[in-house]
Ligand binder design. Structure first.
Ligand code: BGP
Length: 459
C-alpha cells in the first residue's frame, strides 16, 4: 500500500519551554511552580535535577534550529513561558520578547512553522500562591497573558495553542501527588478543571475579538478507553474513563458543552463548584479552530469491584484500571504501546467532532538507559523508536485515508529533554543530549525522520 501523506503535511517535533529552554532564573524570568518545588523538596525529584538548565535551548536555539532544519522538520510546536514574559504579571519583559521573537523569526527563516502554546504545566509561582486554577483571578490573568502574547508575537505565529494537556495537572495535582498542590480532592479537581477550561475559552475569545490573523486551538492527551469485556458494566466503566479523562475537555472545546455524565457525577457526589450561565455561554461560543492530540498509550478499564471507597478515591467507584494480558509494553518505559489507538482517535474525531482539523501534537517513545544502544561513534541505534513511529504512522495514514482531517505529525521530541517526574531518565529525542557537555548527537531515528519528511511518505 502507498503510504503517501496529504500535501503540505506538517512533519514536526514537539517540545515545551520549561522542558527545553533552561535559563530558569536568567533573562528576567520569575519562578514557576516547578522551580519552587525543586527548591523546596529536591529529594522528590528522581535524579535530583531541577528545571534550571534543562537542555539550554535559551542559549543554543540558533544551532538547534539548524539541527531541526537538517532533520527535515517543517514545524515546531513549543510553548512560551508566562513567568518569563510577564514576571510580575503586569510588566512585559523585553528580554523575553526579544528571545521569543528571535526564535520564531529564525524558525520561519529556516522553513519551520512555529506552533505556539501558552501553557505547559508551568504555573507562575506567584499565581500558585493565589490558589492557581482554583482562583478565578488567575483566569483573568491568563487572559491578559494570552492577549500580551498575541500582541507581541502575532505577526510571527499563525497557529496558537492555549493549553497542553489541561487534564494532566488536574489529575496529577488534585487526584494524585505528582504535581503541586499534590492533594486528593475531587471537588477541588473539578473546580480547577472548570477554571482551566474557562481560562482557555477567555483566551480564545480575546483572540477572536482582537481580530488576530491565524487560528487558535488546544492540545489534549487523548487516551482511548477500552473495556475489559463486552459486559455492560465494563463498557459503562470505559465510558466513565472516557468522559473524565478525554471528553471533559474535548466536548466543551469542540462541541461547546460538557458531556451529560459530568452533571450526573456532580450530583451523585454532591460536588459543589462555582460556575455561571454566562460562563457556559462563553464556552458554547468559543470553540476551537483545530485540535492538537498527544497520544502515547490507551486506557484499559474494568468495572469497579468496590462500591465503598474513601472520598479521596471517588473515581474508583466508576472504573478501575485493568491489565490487558495481550498488551505490548514498552520494555524501556513501562507504557503500553498500542498503535491502533491513533486510528481510533482519528475516526472518533471524524465521526463525533465535526471532523475538525487536527494534528498529532506529541507521539514518541521514552527509553531508559539509551547509552546501551550506542554504536562506536556514539550514535544511538534507536531502531525501536523508528518502529514505534512507523507503526503509529501506518495507523494514522489509514485514518487519514478514511477521511479524518489530520494535518500533521509531531514527534516528542527533537532533543532529549527534562521531564516532570523522571528528569532525564527516559530519553525521547531524535537527538541525544549529553548532560555534562550539552552536546547534541544525532540518533539513527533522525536520519529516518528526515527521509520521511522529505518524501512525505512512509518508506
Ligand atoms: C506528555 C507531556 C510532555 C512530556 C511527555 C512524556 O504528557 O506533555 O511534557 O513530558 O508527556 O512524558 P514523560 O516525560 O513523563 O515520560
Amino acid at each position: 500500500m502507498n503510504h503517501k501523506f496529504p500535501d503540505r503535511f506538517l512533519w514536526g517535533t514537539a517540545a515545551s519551554g520549561p522542558q527545553l529552554e533552561g535559563a530558569g532564573s536568567v533573562g528576567g524570568k520569575a519562578m514557576t511552580v516547578w522551580d519552587y518545588w525543586f527548591l523546596l523538596e529536591p529529594e522528590k525529584f528522581y535524579q535530583k535535577i531541577g528545571p534550571e538548565v534543562t537542555s539550554n535551548f535559551y542559549d543554543q536555539y540558533k544551532e538547534d534550529i539548524l539541527l531541526m532544519k537538517d532533520a527535515g522538520f517543517n514545524s515546531f510546536r513549543t510553548s512560551i513561558s508566562w513567568a518569563r514574559l510577564l514576571p510580575d504579571g503586569k510588566t512585559i519583559n523585553e528580554e523575553a520578547v526579544f528571545f521569543y521573537r528571535d526564535v520564531f523569526t529564525s524558525l520561519r527563516e529556516n522553513g519551520i512553522e512555529p506552533i505556539v502554546n501558552l501553557y505547559h504545566f508551568d504555573m507562575p509561582y506567584r499565581l500558585y500562591f493565589k490558589g492557581g486554577w482554583e482562583n478565578p483571578e488567575v483566569v483573568e490573568e491568563f487572559k491578559e497573558y494570552a492577549q500580551v502574547s498575541f500582541d507581541c508575537f502575532g505577526d510571527l505565529v499563525s497557529r496558537w495553542v492555549t493549553f497542553n494537556e489541561p487534564i494532566v495537572p488536574i489529575e496529577m495535582g488534585y487526584l494524585n501527588d505528582k504535581h503541586l498542590p499534590a492533594v486528593h480532592n475531587m471537588t477541588r479537581a473539578m473546580q480547577a478543571g472548570y477554571y482551566t477550561l474557562l481560562a482557555h475559552v477567555k483566551a480564545v475569545s480575546a483572540f477572536r475579538q482582537s481580530k488576530q490573523q491565524g487560528e487558535i486551538g488546544i492540545i489534549l492527551n487523548l487516551t482511548p478507553s477500552y473495556p475489559k469485556s463486552d459486559r455492560d458494566e465494563d463498557k459503562k466503566a470505559a465510558n466513565w474513563a472516557d468522559v473524565l479523562f478525554n471528553r471533559s475537555f474535548l466536548d466543551p472545546v469542540v462541541l461547546g458543552h460538557y458531556p451529560a455524565e459530568i452533571k450526573e457525577l456532580i450530583q451523585n457526589e454532591n460536588i459543589d463548584i462555582q460556575y455561571t450561565e454566562k460562563e457556559l455561554d462563553l464556552i458554547k461560543n468559543n470553540t476551537v479552530d483545530f485540535l492538537g492530540v498527544n497520544y502515547y498509550q490507551p486506557r484499559r478499564v474494568q468495572a469497579s469491584r468496590n462500591e465503598q471507597v474513601d472520598s479521596e478515591k471517588i473515581l474508583e467507584k466508576y472504573f478501575q484500571p485493568y491489565e490487558w494480558p495481550k498488551a505490548k509494553m514498552n520494555p524501556h518505559r513501562g507504557w503500553e504501546i498500542y498503535e491502533k489507538g491513533l486510528y481510533d482517535i482519528a475516526i472518533n474525531i471524524r465521526d463525533n467532532y465535526f471532523n475538525i482539523p487536527w494534528y498529532v501534537a506529541e507521539n514518541g517513545m521514552g527509553v531508559e538507559g539509551e547509552e546501551k544502544f550506542m554504536n562506536e561513534s556514539g550514535e544511538v541505534q534507536d531502531n525501536y523508536r523508528i518502529e514505534f513511529m512507523e507503526d503509529h504512522l501506518t495507523w494514522l495514514h489509514k485514518g487519514i485515508s478514511e477521511g479524518s482531517n489530520c494535518f500533521g505529525y509531531h514527534v516528542w521530541t527533537f532533543l532529549d529533554n527534562w521531564s516532570w517526574l523522571n528528569e532525564y531518565k527516559n530519553r525521547y529525542g531524535l537527538f541525544r543530549l549529553e548532560l555534562e557537555t550539552q552536546e547534541r548527537v544525532k540518533k539513527k531515528s533522525a536520519y529516518w525522520f528526515k527521509q520521511l519528511a522529505k518524501t512525505n511518505q512512509l518508506p
